[in-house]
Structures are given as structure tokens and as C-alpha cells.
Design a protein around this ligand. Structure first.
Ligand code: GCU
Length: 601
């Protein structure tokens, strides 16, 4: 009798993590890949003439056919060979002056040869394409993807030829009211194939996806799953962690899925010791390795616990803007520069705003020991009642989690930023939170939420109803910039309805580097410094504060910032200019973080 009870109690405590149906190849790092980066031939097509006919009907003989006149009398009104090119990865806006403000369609063409090995499959993998991508191979449509900041792939095994393949992608970054994000953002709508494009070869049946992390609330038990894709789905597979002398075998079911669950005595990942283990997944038909860190992250009341110990998130917000050259950042070097500056600031945490950044950012954060807040672009006034908008946001959420769920650095999934209160908004975001918890029960859920003043006009009250459904409360405030002058900050107190940790996810002020004046003159470094000095004092007075993320590490391009000679279409709230020059406010935050580091020892 006792043993049955024990079994039942065991079953109740081990939450099983089910394999997720995504078609995304989780890890292309350990695979045979061919990069298609470089110059792509392009056709700028503002009226989508290469897609629609004059009746605005999709045309069967569009530019995706890459047609050539067979003789002197044939009429073809486009030619990839004579119409210019753009570099991939890269946004088009910063590659040609005439494209800086361009929003619309540009066709991208890449030719390649590929001798596929027998018993293998071939996929075309995109790190991201902003915003709507229609993908064609050798004139055939192979798929469409919506959302500018998450990866996607299509299988081309049956379509690829040994020689003379032409891959054509119609990329359209037009903003739409029902899209995610919607019409207005405070960041530049960089269009294009903004991240790596590569061919990925796999065995006929391969390890398509896996989730290998510590079980929620445990520091010595791994729980997760492995998913095979192919025709030989029932296989034995082994998870090896050689350095920890771990080798565990499992059998996949008829769907190619295996749940994994085993004890593991590991050195836990943390900012002080970002330990990564080589993890090998060996199936009968495939072998894949990854560098994975193991850590637990949870909350207890107003505490955030990393590996069971309270931690303060010394953070900074970052946009995916390339340092020095401007435009969409995409490379390992960009990531190293941005995260290097965050480290210099004393950060152990970064908020990647307001959309999933490229994979180099999260993998470098894993290596450098920087915790990550990753967010989907549910930003400001999304169409809450539109079911297609919800599915779109849900898909971006699924792809974000699918790509980064094995990164120890990622501790928080954020559902939204500064979204207005309302029933439709609440149910939309609750729906996303539920999806996120199903996809990944191991991480914390949050959003950057609203607050309001009480009648006394100096007490900020945090009682956004969404707060009841998140683990960590994120809150943006601009006291001293949009809200009063710096001295007002000294009079502001904070109250919160929830017994949860608060991360101040945005605060700051704006000044172009080198613009000097007295501490009350807007747009000067002294005014910005003044705001930060007051902010730091206020932040120290908030008893439930467990993290800070000043807005923002580096100046970034924004269409909402036209002030000539000051902003020049850049948001100048950076602690560092887009040319890497540190402003006075940088040192205010650096000193504050030094203080916190010393106090934490
Ligand atoms: C908002 C928003 C940011 C924006 C910032 C600003 O809070 O979340 O995207 O850039 O404020 O106004 O500078």
C-alpha cells in the first residue's frame, strides 16, 4: 500500500514537459550548413508589381519565376541581373541612402548549386526576415513567414537541384494595424533579410528539437524532451554530458518523442561562473551536440532566486542596433561589443527590447554570464480583439521559445511592453502567458506594465491586473523626463498591490553625447546625469525592487525622433552614443552597480 502511495506522490511532483510541435530546427550550430550570406541580387518593388497583376490579384508569372526573355520579342519587365544587390544579412535601409525611409517590398535572389548526399534532407533556414517573407525555390512557392525577429525554416529536399538553383524571397516590411508590432514603434522599421540565411543538411531522420534544462524548482534534476523528425521515429537515444560522466538512454515513441528526466550533479550556471556543458544527443540516425548551462530560476515573494539564492538584476536595455555603423545588428561582433559595454556598466542582466534579438546575443550572454529578458513585440496598442493578431503574437512567442529554451542565460520571457489597460488586452496577454507556461514551465514570465499616480500625485501605484498572472513585475517610468523635472523624483514613492519582485524595466533621459550645459537644461549630458542621480536615490527607496534596466545602453535610430541637430532620427537616451562614446550618466549607473556588487559579496 505504502509503495503505491509513494508512486502516486512521485507522479504528482514530477511535472512532465511534453515535446512541442514546431517545425523549427532547434540547433543548426552542430549541423552541416552552407551559408548563403553575401550579396543577393535585388529588385525594389514599391507597388508589388512582381507579385500582383493590375487587378491586384497574385500573378502566376511574378518575379519569383526569374524569367528571361527567350527571344528578342519576349516582354519581361524585370531582371535580377541588372537591378542591383544588397548584402545579406543586413537591413536595406542603411545600405543605400535612397532606402533609408523605404518601407515596402524588395525581392532578394540568390543562386546556388548543391549536391545533396543520399539519405539526407535539406532545409533553408532564415535567422529572421523583417517583416513578411514569401519564399520561392526554382520558381515554386515553398512558404511564407510573418514576424521580423524570429527564425524559420522550410524543407527543400524534393525541390533542390544539383546545379542552377535560384532562391527568391519577397521581403515586405510594410507596417499594418493588425500586425505585431503594429503601426507605431519607437524603433526604425529596418527591412530585409536581417540575419543569417543558410542551407541545413540533416539525416533522413534527425533530432529536430529538444529541451534539456533543470526541472522547475530543482537544482539536481534534469527534465525535458527530445523530438525526432523523419520516418524512423521509434529509436533508442542517449543523452551524454561527458564532463559530468552522465549517460542516460531513452526510447522515442511512435511520434519520435521521448521525455527525459534524470538526476544530475552539475556545476550550476551563474553570472559569476557561467558554466556551460557539452551535451550530446545521440540517436540511432543522428548525433547533435550543444553547449548548455544549467541553473534554476524562481521567485519567492518579492525575491528572485537564482540557484536558490536571492539575486538583484543589475540590468540595461538594449535595442538590436549595430554599434558604430548603425542599422540592424546581426553578428557575433555586434553582440560582443554591446554585451561588452553592458559588462563594463556592471550589468549581470540585459533586457533585449522589444523583440527577440539574434542568436549570437543570447549565446554570447550564455558564455559571458549575463542573464536575459527576452520579449515579443506586443508593443503599445496592438489589435487585441483580432484573432489573427493573437495567433501571430503566439507564433512569434513559440518561435522565440523554440530557439532559446536551452539557453541558461534567458531567465525571463516577456509578453509585452506598455500596453493600455482593458479587458481585451488582459485576455490577449493572459492567453500568451498560458502558451508560454505550456511551452516552457521552467522560466519566469513578465511584461513591462503600466502604473499610475494615486490622488496625492506623488505615490506611484502598481496594480495592473496583468500583475496577477506574471512572476516578475516589469514597470517603465520616466520621472524627470516625460514626467516632471529631476527634483520631482525625490518626492515619488512606490506602492505595489502584489507580493512579487519588481524590475524597473525603463527609466532615463535624453542627451546627445558632447552636448553640455547646466543640470536643468534639456538635452544636455548634465540634465541626463542629474536625472540618473535622482533616479538611483529613488530606486534605493523601493523595498520590493529586485532589478533595474535603464533605457537604454546605446542611442538607436527611431522615426519618432526628428529633432534636428539633437536627435536626427535617433533616440538619444543611450548611456553610450551610437559611436561608443560614454555619457556622464553612464558613470552614475556604473557606480550604483559597483555599490550593489560590493553589497552582494
Ligand atoms: C517607452 C518605450 C520605448 C521608448 C521609450 C522612450 O517607454 O517602451 O520603446 O523608446 O519609452 O520614450 O524613449
Amino acid at each position: 500500500m505504502k509503495s503505491i502511495f509513494l508512486l502516486i506522490s512521485l507522479l504528482t511532483v514530477i511535472p512532465c514537459v511534453r515535446a512541442q510541435q514546431t517545425d523549427l530546427i532547434a540547433n543548426t550550430e552542430g549541423r552541416k550548413t552552407i551559408s548563403l550570406d553575401g550579396q543577393w541580387q535585388t529588385i525594389i518593388d514599391p507597388y508589388e508589381t512582381g507579385y500582383y497583376d493590375y487587378r491586384y490579384e497574385p500573378s502566376a508569372s511574378g518575379s519569383f519565376k526569374n524569367a528571361k526573355p527567350k527571344n528578342k520579342s519576349v516582354l519581361i519587365e524585370y531582371d535580377f541581373d541588372t537591378s542591383g544587390s544588397l548584402k545579406v544579412p543586413g537591413d536595406w535601409n542603411t545600405q543605400e541612402e535612397r532606402l533609408l525611409f523605404y518601407e515596402g517590398t524588395i525581392w532578394h535572389k540568390k543562386s546556388f548549386d548543391y549536391q545533396r548526399n543520399a539519405n539526407t534532407r535539406l532545409f533553408i533556414y532564415f535567422g529572421a526576415a523583417n517583416y513578411l517573407a514569401d519564399v520561392y525555390l526554382n520558381g515554386e512557392k515553398i512558404g511564407r513567414h510573418e514576424g521580423g525577429f524570429t527564425p524559420f525554416n522550410f524543407e527543400i529536399t524534393k525541390l533542390v537541384r544539383d546545379t542552377g538553383n535560384f532562391l527568391i524571397v519577397k521581403v515586405d516590411n510594410k507596417r499594418r494595424r493588425d500586425a505585431v508590432p503594429t503601426l507605431i514603434t519607437d524603433w526604425w522599421n529596418y527591412g530585409g533579410l536581417t540575419r543569417q540565411v543558410k542551407l541545413v543538411e540533416t539525416p533522413a531522420t534527425f533530432v529536430q528539437d529538444y529541451f534539456i534544462q533543470l526541472q522547475k524548482g530543482s537544482r539536481d534534476r534534469i527534465a525535458g524532451w527530445v523530438k525526432l523528425n523523419g520516418d524512423k521515429l521509434n529509436q533508442r537515444l542517449t543523452i551524454r554530458i561527458p564532463e559530468a560522466k552522465i549517460s542516460k538512454s531513452f526510447t522515442t515513441d511512435a511520434n519520435g518523442s521521448a521525455e527525459i528526466n534524470f538526476n544530475a550533479d552539475l556545476t550550476l550556471w551563474s553570472p559569476d561562473n557561467p558554466k556551460l556543458y557539452e551535451v550530446i544527443i545521440e540517436a540511432e540516425t543522428d548525433r547533435l551536440q550543444d553547449q548548455i548551462g544549467f541553473r534554476s530560476i524562481e521567485t519567492r515573494g518579492t525575491e528572485i532566486l537564482l540557484n536558490g539564492r536571492p539575486i538583484f538584476l543589475r540590468g540595461v536595455c538594449i535595442h538590436e542596433e549595430a554599434p558604430f555603423r548603425g542599422g540592424r545588428a546581426y553578428s557575433r561582433e555586434d553582440a560582443m561589443t554591446l554585451l561588452g559595454w553592458a559588462k563594463e556598466l556592471g550589468a549581470n542582466f540585459v533586457r533585449l527590447a522589444h523583440y527577440p534579438h539574434n542568436e549570437f546575443m543570447v549565446r554570447e550572454a550564455d558564455r559571458l554570464g549575463i542573464m536575459v529578458w527576452s520579449e515579443i513585440p506586443v508593443y503599445w496598442t496592438i489589435l487585441w480583439e483580432n484573432s489573427a493578431t493573437l495567433e501571430n503574437a503566439g507564433n512569434q512567442l513559440r518561435e522565440m521559445i523554440a530557439r532559446d529554451k536551452n539557453r541558461a542565460a534567458v531567465i525571463i520571457w516577456s509578453m509585452a511592453n506598455e500596453t493600455p489597460l482593458g479587458e481585451a488586452r488582459l485576455s490577449f496577454l493572459r492567453n500568451l502567458i498560458e502558451r508560454a507556461r505550456n511551452l516552457d514551465p521552467s522560466r519566469l514570465i513578465s511584461a513591462a506594465m503600466e502604473r499610475h499616480y494615486l490622488a496625492d500625485k506623488t505615490t506611484q501605484m502598481i496594480d495592473d491586473p496583468l500583475g496577477a498572472y506574471v512572476d516578475v513585475f516589469g514597470c517603465n517610468e520616466y520621472v524627470g523626463w516625460y514626467d516632471g523635472l529631476p527634483e520631482k523624483i525625490d518626492r515619488v514613492e512606490w506602492k505595489m498591490k502584489y507580493q512579487k519582485p519588481l524590475v524597473m524595466t525603463e527609466f532615463g533621459a535624453e542627451a546627445p553625447y558632447g552636448n553640455h550645459g547646466d543640470a536643468l537644461t534639456r538635452w544636455t549630458e548634465e540634465y541626463q546625469e542629474n536625472v540618473y542621480q535622482h533616479q538611483v536615490r529613488m530606486l534605493k527607496r523601493i523595498p520590493f525592487l529586485r532589478g533595474t534596466c535603464p533605457w537604454i545602453l546605446m542611442d538607436f535610430r527611431s522615426p519618432r525622433r526628428p529633432l534636428t541637430g539633437i536627435q536626427d532620427f535617433h533616440n538619444r537616451k543611450g548611456l553610450i552614443s551610437d559611436h561608443g562614446e560614454k555619457k556622464k550618466a553612464f558613470y552614475v549607473m556604473q557606480n550604483y552597480y559597483d555599490e550593489l556588487k560590493r553589497a552582494a559579496r
